[in-house]
Design a protein around this ligand. Structure first.
Ligand code: J9T
Length: 250
């Protein structure tokens, strides 16, 4: 997978050189390229923003600069057969970014991220590229950041761990909270490791029993309880068909 990121703070993405994403890049699973938006300005101050039409606080990012930058990245061409990139615009006013969306992105050959600072990017940029590309405006939650760069880090890490070969144990991805299937809309329950007793706190006996069916049942009960306690809104979204008799008792 190829990922292009255009930003006035490319250094913000240094974390993508380490850990899971860093290793995926070293192994050629991910090709991440960073671009300094200011390289497409033409004034001495390298201006990327201006005051909003209609008045109001803050500044808006200029369409001309973004247009030249996005056109240049597209013109570089993507992976063989990838065609045009899927453009992802992180914004608090976007559609929710979920595990299901991440799985969709993980199947894309080429993603282009355009994180905004200030009050956002002139709306005509999205309008312009919607006519040529698939453009997703996505939000990582109901809060406002100083810039979209942190959201790009979240999205890239979420997507990268879904790519084949990135996580050693593919099953752990399939068992994720929110992963489509039996765990979708369920939070993961508690996890334990050695020692069997720590400061007087024992590990639940069932986990030491070696009885895999009972352990699976216990884990599902714990997931249902935790979801009910932490995210009752998700319980409402559970497909009744996915619940068995035992689930309903929890
Ligand atoms: C500037 O970008 C944001 O504030 C942002 C982006 C994506 N999701 C959010 N919840 C906020």
């Amino acid at each position: 997978m190829r990922i292009d990121i255009i930003s006035i703070f490319p250094e913000y993405f240094t974390p993508l050189e380490v850990s899971l994403v860093g290793k995926a890049r070293e192994r050629g699973i991910l090709d991440i390229r960073l671009h300094q938006l200011r390289d497409w300005t033409h004034d001495v101050h390298k201006t990327v923003d201006d005051t909003p039409y209609g008045g109001g606080p803050g500044m808006v990012m200029k369409p001309e600069v973004w247009g030249e930058a996005i056109d240049a990245v597209i013109a570089q061409g993507g992976p063989e057969g990838a065609g045009l990139p899927r453009m992802i615009v992180p914004t608090p006013s976007g559609r929710p970014f979920t595990q299901r969306v991440a799985l969709e992105y993980a199947r894309e050959p080429w993603l282009l991220f355009t994180p905004a600072r200030y009050e956002g990017i002139d709306a005509r940029v999205v309008d312009e590229y919607r006519s040529r590309l698939r453009v997703d405006e996505v939000s990582i939650g109901d809060y406002v950041l100083a810039g979209g760069e942190a959201a790009v880090l979240v999205i890239v890490e979420t997507v990268a761990r879904l790519l084949p070969g990135v996580i050693g144990n593919a099953q752990s991805v399939a068992d994720d909270s929110f992963a489509p299937g039996p765990m979708e809309n369920l939070l993961e329950g508690p996890v334990y490791t050695k020692p069997p007793v720590w400061r007087g706190h024992p590990v639940p006996e069932i986990l030491l029993s070696g009885h895999h069916a009972r352990i699976a049942r216990w884990r599902r009960d714990q997931a249902l309880r935790r979801t009910f306690e932490m995210r009752p809104d998700l319980i409402a979204r559970l497909d009744p068909e996915s619940l068995d008799e035992r689930d309903r008792e929890v």
